[in-house]
Design a protein around this ligand. Structure first.
Ligand SMILES: Cc1cc2nc3c(=O)[nH]c(=O)nc-3n(C[C@H](O)[C@H](O)[C@H](O)COP(=O)(O)OP(=O)(O)OC[C@H]3O[C@@H](n4cnc5c(N)ncnc54)[C@H](O)[C@@H]3O)c2cc1C
Length: 383
């Protein structure tokens, strides 16, 4: 066994950490308070080339492996959580299907500028009436004139209000349920495509989230992304492993930052004549968190390693995401307890971690839904 990162991976981590420390961390509070997508930071950060983390060098990407990409997501989440959501959306889900299935012409027109940060992308699954249950997708795509006509509305779309293109999940045959779903590329400026309401979120400020509207949007055949209609769910399952491990490592980073702030506070805050860090009940919070954090991080990187090795690991990725997120929610809660009444003041950081961490519950699958699937899988296990 080998639990070490390679020298290249360690070096890559220090580079990403340096960029996050320099460009993003000094602006965390400003981004949180403004609750607006920071276009200037996006432009500055794009110039570092990380938006092409997983894409081939021929398109301007870095072509890095899964484990190295997870190091990137982990370090990025130590900055603004909302900005990290916008960036990870672009890198992973926003451009994934275009990189994999787009024609050469589509890649030159959409992927190359997306890697440079000149175009912003997103992915659209969720609708007003369906989130976890993709079979409930009501957005339709109907064959017409050498292309497809898309009708529907998508909700809760990260980068939606600022996007230049999106990959939208639509049903080509509602009678087939999950089997009828496919992904289509829709670009800004296409007739009938528009943005709807912007959602004002509890946390993760800095990523723009909202509704996208498709009103008789015609796209040519080559905008159907994937080998033939009806493969949307198969492709979703393939990308979800990476999304889940990414979410797990973002959870680890948020928990770590919250508890590091709490440690500093506990060492300085005096109650009953001594720093609160001297009290056993406060120490227990740090001890418990330390154990759970290490376990969650180890499990998340193990799942990343399994993806890298091409192993069957759908359940491990779900478990890692669920465990790391629950660990994080507990850590941000413990951090607020350590800060006492000050945790309720907007001037102190715990409230931000507390608000930001909630999004982890939903991306990559709600925990009740994961528990359903994992419980059933455990019951089927032999041995
Ligand atoms: C900040 C943020 C950003 C997002 N960005 C995007 C994006 O970019 N693109 C996109 O497509 N979507 C996005 N989403 C939406 C997200 O993917 C959905 O919120 C998620 O899929 C859950 O769907 P839902 O909210 O409709 O909840 P529902 O599916 O309605 O679930 C509600 C509750 O019921 C539970 N539940 C559902 N089914 C079952 C079951 N079978 N058994 C037990 N319990 C069940 C759930 O666990 C949950 O507790 C975003 C959401 C947030 C909060």
């Amino acid at each position: 066994m080998d639990f070490k990162f390679t020298e290249e991976q360690d070096f890559f981590r220090t580079q990403v950490k340096d960029a996050v420390d320099r460009m993003i961390r000094p602006r965390i509070q400003e981004i949180d308070e403004a609750d607006e997508f920071p276009r200037d930071l996006w432009k500055q950060f794009s110039e570092l080339g990380y938006l092409g983390l997983r894409h081939p060098e021929t398109y301007g990407g870095l072509d890095l492996d899964v484990i190295t990409s997870m190091i990137f997501y982990e370090e990025l989440a130590r900055g603004s959580c909302g900005f990290a959501m916008a960036v990870t959306m672009q890198i992973l889900m926003g451009t994934y299907f275009i990189g994999r299935f787009g024609t050469e012409e589509i890649k030159q027109r959409v992927l190359v500028p997306a890697i440079k940060g000149e175009k912003i992308g997103t992915i659209c699954f969720t609708e007003d009436q369906s989130g976890s249950d993709l079979a409930g997708t009501r957005t339709t795509a109907v064959k017409k004139d050498g292309g497809w006509v898309i009708n529907g509305r998508k909700m809760w779309i990260t980068n939606g209000p600022v996007c230049d293109f999106c990959t939208v999940l639509a049903t080509i045959d509602p009678s087939k349920g999950l089997e009828g779903l496919s992904f289509f590329l829709v670009e800004k400026g296409t007739k009938g495509f528009s943005t709807g309401q912007t959602i004002h979120k509890l946390g993760s400020h800095g990523s723009a989230t909202g509704e996208l509207i498709f009103d008789n949007v015609w796209v040519p055949d080559e905008n159907l992304l994937g080998e033939g209609p009806g493969n949307g769910v198969k492709y979703t399952i393939e990308i979800l492993n990476e999304v889940r491990v990414m979410t797990g490592l973002m959870a680890c980073a948020i928990a770590d930052e919250a508890m590091k702030d709490a440690r500093k506070y506990a060492l300085e805050r005096v109650a009953f004549g001594k720093p609160i860090a001297k009290y056993q009940l406060i120490r227990a919070k740090f001890a418990n968190h330390w154990a759970w954090y290490e376990a969650a991080r180890l499990f998340s990187y193990k799942a990343a390693w399994m993806i890298h090795e091409g192993m069957q690991c759908q359940h491990e990725c779900m478990l890692a995401k669920m465990f790391a997120t629950e660990m994080c929610l507990s850590a941000v809660d413990e951090a607020t307890r350590i800060y006492g009444g000050n945790s309720f003041a907007m001037e102190y950081p715990p409230q931000r971690y507390f608000r930001d961490a909630r999004f982890l519950l939903f991306g990559g699958g709600c925990h009740e839904v994961l528990q359903n699937a994992l419980g059933a899988a455990y019951l089927r296990k032999g041995g």
